[in-house]
Design a protein around this ligand. Structure first.
Ligand SMILES: Nc1ncnc2c1ncn2[C@@H]1O[C@H](COP(=O)(O)OP(=O)(O)O)[C@@H](O)[C@H]1O
Ligand SMILES: [Mg+2]
Length: 360
């Protein structure tokens, strides 16, 4: 049995969507799959139409069992579809996070539960909460592979080092090595920022990045609200297609580069990711050309300092800057002006104002 945890402490990056649809796709491709919903919020359970409050048999009950009050793991398994089973979450799971955090042996609890499962599954998929506490630690400790969904709609690599450090800690302290794979999610080709982020993610994960890219697709969102996997909701949607491709890639299992090397690459990226992405914007519908000049580009007026025009008459430019203090101006059709939306400015030697940006 292969155990795959979907993890990232950032919420909204597509963990639950990935857990549900990867599980459904593996089952569709003929594998026997069990999904464990390890997030107290229970989104994976709800996403498959299971009301977690109404159940007395959940992963919470299994994790808190003691002595002769043993909960039968088989009783907790919900047969969602023939080859696709689920152990649901429970809101009380959040209390475990506090309760167990100072009990070193408790981290083996999930491993023991998994060992006691009698049904022979090919794949066990664990959906984890958006935090790096006891539950995520237990899941990582139990898994052969971690899939880290990274969304391309914002600067989502910040904080990744904490998750990777946890994986490294498990390797060093507990002698348990996990394959780490990045997965690009919520990708929108039409958005330039998505493409920029994609390049950054590629630089970070290199061979450890799944080839499959999960595109933004409304069917994935809708399917979850109907308590279904995308496969059952819209068989021919882009979402269904992407997750089937991911399942196929996992089945081929061709990404097994050493974690050591991967982690070195990542450290470089993490250092670089400390730079801050700044969006400069100016509303000037009549302007023909707008430039952004400042300390960061030696006040140079050239193609690189041109702003992009949006349909609504706005002009904008994204720059990645290191923390520090910067002075800048816009040049609108040859006129040098300070940023009217930035209240921070100071006099310059030409008798006008420069806008000032303080990046902590
Ligand atoms: N590829 C996608 N296209 C469109 N919506 C998505 C996609 N992936 C996730 N979503 C939606 O984004 C939200 C957050 O996704 P979710 O999987 O719950 O993230 P997480 O579990 O990391 O918090 C949900 O509403 C989900 O339906
Ligand atoms: Mg989730």
């Amino acid at each position: 049995m292969r155990i795959i945890t979907v993890a990232n402490q950032k919420g909204g990056c597509g963990k639950t969507t990935t857990a549900i649809n990867l599980a459904a796709s593996l089952a569709h491709l003929g594998k026997k799959v069990l999904l464990i919903d390890l997030d107290p919020q229970g989104h994976a359970s709800f996403g498959l139409g299971v009301d977690t409050q109404k159940r007395d048999y959940s992963i919470y009950h299994l994790m808190t069992e003691s002595g002769n009050k043993k909960t039968d793991v088989q009783k907790c398994i919900i047969e969602y579809r023939r080859n696709f089973h689920l152990i649901s979450s429970h809101v009380l799971l959040s209390t475990i996070e506090q309760e167990f955090s100072d009990k070193p042996n408790a981290v083996m609890k999930l491993n023991e539960i998994i060992k006691s499962i009698k049904t022979p599954y090919d794949y066990l998929i664990i959906d984890s909460p958006p935090s790096l506490g006891f539950l995520t630690f237990s899941a990582l400790r139990a898994s052969d592979r971690v899939v880290i969904p990274i969304e391309t709609s914002c600067f989502s690599l910040v904080g990744l080092n904490k998750l990777l450090s946890m994986i490294e800690l498990i390797k060093i302290k507990l002698n348990h090595t996990t394959i780490v794979n990045g997965l690009v999610t919520l990708f929108d080709r039409r958005v330039r920022y998505s493409l920029l982020m994609f390049e950054e993610i590629k630089k970070c994960f290199r061979d450890n990045l799944m080839d499959t890219i999960i595109r933004v697709n409304i069917s994935l969102r809708e399917a979850a609200s109907f308590g279904k996997a995308a496969l059952e909701y819209k068989r021919y949607s882009a979402g269904t297609k992407d997750y089937l491709k991911l399942a196929d890639e996992i089945l081929k299992d061709n990404k097994i580069r050493s974690l050591n090397k991967f982690y070195r690459d990542t450290e470089t990226l993490i250092a670089r990711s400390k730079s801050i992405l700044v969006k400069f914007a100016l509303h000037s519908p009549e302007a023909q050309y707008v430039y952004l000049v400042g300390d960061f580009n030696n006040w140079a007026l050239n193609d690189n300092s041109l702003l992009d025009r949006s349909e609504s008459g706005g002009w904008q430019k994204n720059l990645t800057l290191k923390p520090g203090r910067y002075k800048y101006k816009f040049v609108v059709d040859g006129r040098w002006i300070h940023d009217p939306d930035n209240p921070h400015n100071e006099d310059n030697i030409f008798g006008s104002l420069d806008s000032v940006l303080n990046l902590e």
